[in-house]
Ligand binder design. Structure first.
Ligand code: FES
Ligand code: FES
Length: 162
């Protein structure tokens, strides 16, 4: 197998990594960088547990994206969401609303939610539903998750308002 060196910035920290060209972004995050917050589920783009945010803050299924395509680029993972010693408002809202049970889906749901609320802190129900459509939770379903997303949006609006 041929290896190639890529530079990948994760949560603001650049890494030079020798990767197999067939490895996915998920493989590299978990196996090369030890960042296991991003979960491995279906590996087919159907469950959303592997979601990270790309250079522009967009939600990316890291199981479907080849790591080689990320040379010179940046991703944000769940490990980069906390703000210093404080939880990000999305994390705090998930806890407050009991939107976490086993927690396996939670990193993906939080990164998916972040890809919406980073750009729109007043999302409609339709926008929330569309955003969460590809992120599956087998424990709680989406009722508590949607409450948490609405609460996080409210907290972020308050922050914007100063
Ligand atoms: S593991 Fe990537 S979508 Fe399921
Ligand atoms: S909390 Fe268990 S799968 Fe979502």
């Amino acid at each position: 197998m041929s290896k190639q060196i890529i530079t990948l910035t994760v949560n603001g920290h650049p890494h030079e990594i020798a990767i197999e060209t067939h490895h996915t972004l998920l493989d590299v995050l978990r196996n090369e960088l030890g960042m296991t917050g991003t979960k491995r589920g279906c590996t087919a783009g159907s469950c959303g547990v592997c979601t990270v945010n790309g250079d522009a803050g967009e939600a990316i299924c890291s199981c479907l994206s080849l790591a080689i395509e990320w040379d010179g680029r940046s991703v944000t993972t769940i490990e980069g969401v906390q703000e210093g010693s404080e939880l990000h408002p999305i994390q705090a809202a998930f806890l407050e609303y009991g939107a976490v049970q086993c927690g396996f889906c939670t990193p993906g749901l939080i990164m998916t939610t972040k890809s919406l609320l980073d750009f729109n802190t007043s999302p409609s129900e339709e926008e929330i539903n569309e955003t969460l459509a590809g992120a599956i939770c087998r424990c709680t379903g989406h009722i508590k998750v949607k409450k948490a997303v609405r609460k996080a949006a409210e907290m972020l609006r308050e922050r914007e308002a100063g």
